[in-house]
Design a protein around this ligand. Sequence first.
Ligand code: ADP
Ligand code: MG
Length: 200
Amino acid sequence: MAALHLARLIAVAADTIAAHAEELTALDQAIGDGDHGLNMKRGFEAVRAEADAFAAKPLPDALKAIGTKLVMTVGGASGPLFGTLFMALGKEIAADPDRKNLAAAFGKAVEAVAARGKSQIGQKTMLDVLQPVHDALAGDKTAAEIADIADAAAEATVPMKALRGRASFLGERSIGHMDAGARSTALLVRSVGQAIGESA
Ligand code: ADP
Ligand code: MG
């Protein structure tokens, strides 16, 4: 696998979240409380502020530290969930991961998010993107294909009825809107693919 330039990856992810913060806010306004864009922007700017320190660490430690930072700064329901994703990924990943290790570690991280959120696929959450991304990663899809799979998976949350998170309070009225966390997850997946592609 191409060498992972973590500082560059953080910059691309933070730029992407910043560029889409209003869109994420609008999605969360429709079926939540409208803070998801701000939550994510605050978290990823906090990670960006310490990007060099994270990048100086071995990859597993860097991911664990990023996860801890996200828990402390994103807030809401999504902060602990994204934090769990990165912390679990850091726990499972090798210092110089190949595709197989990355896929296996990502699988464990997705399981950790599901356990933390007491959620499963089909409930209109970030898991509806994380799980198909893991499946694609475990296969032989390219980074660009995986980014498209993530976008399609976020889009597929539109007709779902929310069964977890704030949107679930709306019941049937949550149908017809994309889940904000699914969208932010898809944005992050595309950022990672883009950053890895650039360093290939
Ligand atoms: P809050 O809902 O506290 O305002 P955010 O708006 O930042 O937090 O994040 C909402 C997103 O978090 C949702 O769109 C959904 O994707 C995700 N989410 C919420 N609860 C869960 C859960 N139990 N399992 C998985 N994802 C969840
Ligand atoms: Mg919210």
